[in-house]
Design a protein around this ligand. Structure first.
Ligand code: PXL
Length: 281
């Protein structure tokens, strides 16, 4: 039997609202990958449109978590970071990458901090340069268009986009030193939405689209990135992994829209896990 892969996910736990660890853990685990977690903060809900949430910052716990794992000799096939609970965590997570990675560990950074042209309320603009630094340590990064614009100092434009804008952005992201960049929220028309990826060694951009569903559904970036990592660790080449992740995310959004669920409650990815498992076999 093949050795079971092991990933570490470094995100917050938002108790309600399907994002970060409540998404990453089930999706990566469903792919048969052992998934360990380092929680960056514990909130009652995410911060996107819900108010009155509790917020327990776990900055002081991150390094002791990693030190303990190191003392146990644990190794990881991937370390995947997402929403960080404080500015200081940018440096701490960077140190954790150095501490826990081996020659074969894939480092994936989702630079969660902004969307639709604006920073998330909990982050200030000085978070951007720190996140750019963290991205430089990654093998693969998965920003949305807003995050990519902020990190590259490019002007944010409203969709639809043209190829030059997207490919300049992908080249700029590769210029940070990563092996691969995956850009989410890519669209060239009103009907479709998807992702674009570029690998340092392949050069050409690859695109994946699905039919667009109207509305801004919360947590879809985390659903996408988690499915992408699950597919990569299952041995899929990056363009195929992107296709699987875009399909999984689009299906989750479609289901949620059909049910009339509040967009802040996250998407029904749960009903798609069986399908995802079959695709990853
Ligand atoms: O889905 C990104 C995310 C993760 N975690 C928290 C968030 C957000 C986006 O708003 O607020 C706590």
């Amino acid at each position: 039997m093949e050795r079971q892969k092991r990933a570490a996910a470094i995100h917050d736990i938002s108790g309600f609202g399907r994002c970060s660890l409540t998404v990453a853990l089930p999706i990566i685990s469903a792919a048969g990958i052992e998934t360990s977690v380092i929680p960056t903060a514990v909130l009652s809900t995410h911060t996107g449109g819900l108010t009155g949430y509790t917020y327990r910052d776990l900055t002081e716990d991150l390094k002791p978590f990693a030190d303990h794992w190191k003392s146990l000799g644990l190794t990881f096939d991937a370390i995947y970071s997402g929403f960080l609970g404080s500015f200081r965590q940018l440096d701490i997570v960077s140190e954790i990458f150095d501490e826990l990675k081996t020659d074969t560990t894939l480092i994936m950074v989702d630079p969660v901090m902004a969307d639709h042209g604006e920073m998330y309320r909990v982050f200030s603009r000085n978070f951007v340069s720190g996140m750019r630094g963290l991205c430089k340590k990654a093998d693969i990064i998965t920003p949305n268009i807003t995050e990519a614009c902020f990190m590259l100092d490019m002007p944010y434009k409203k969709p639809p986009y043209d190829k030059k804008y997207i490919e300049d952005m992908l080249s700029g992201l590769l210029g940070l030193g990563v092996k691969a960049a995956v850009l989410t929220g890519v669209c060239f028309d009103e009907e479709t939405l998807g992702a674009a990826c570029m690998e340092r060694d392949a050069g050409e951009a690859q695109y994946v689209f699905r039919e667009r569903v109207s509305g801004f559904y919360h947590g879809t970036g985390d659903v996408f990135a988690s499915a992408l990592l699950a597919a990569i660790l299952s041995g899929k080449p990056l363009p195929e992994a992107c296709d699987i992740a875009v399909g999984f995310t689009a299906d989750s959004i479609r289901r949620t829209r059909a049910a009339g669920t509040d967009v802040r409650f996250g998407v029904n990815f749960e009903a798609g896990l069986f399908d995802l498992m079959n695709k990853l076999k």
